[in-house]
Design a protein around this ligand. Sequence first.
Ligand SMILES: [Zn+2]
Length: 125
Amino acid sequence: MNARRELGIAEAVLRAVERRAAGRLVRRARVRVGALLHISGPALKQAFIAVSDGTVADGARLDVVVEPARLGCRSCGRTTMSDRMLATCPACEGNRLDLHSGDGLVLESVEFTEAERRVGHEPSS
Ligand SMILES: [Zn+2]
């Protein structure tokens, strides 16, 4: 397991979260990670905690959803889901496959702690 990889992804996630937060405090964020990135969910969560320290996402929970890759076959037109890159189509054994998704990183949603801030009695910090 290469933890530096997760750290780099966590930094990218944090930048995206910060852009969307625009100064608001983040309670929770959810990312979809393509299976071909071979990311460990727990390692990514751990890395996110480390890089978000002192930012708007400090203490926020990160949900990681790993998505299988989607491969389209040019011969039979079938779409195959897989957690790894395939050389041939499982349906027709053709070798002309297009990768539709599976190596991407998408920030799906971000929740903010606005309600608590409005009340005005934050526990600490
Ligand atoms: Zn095929």
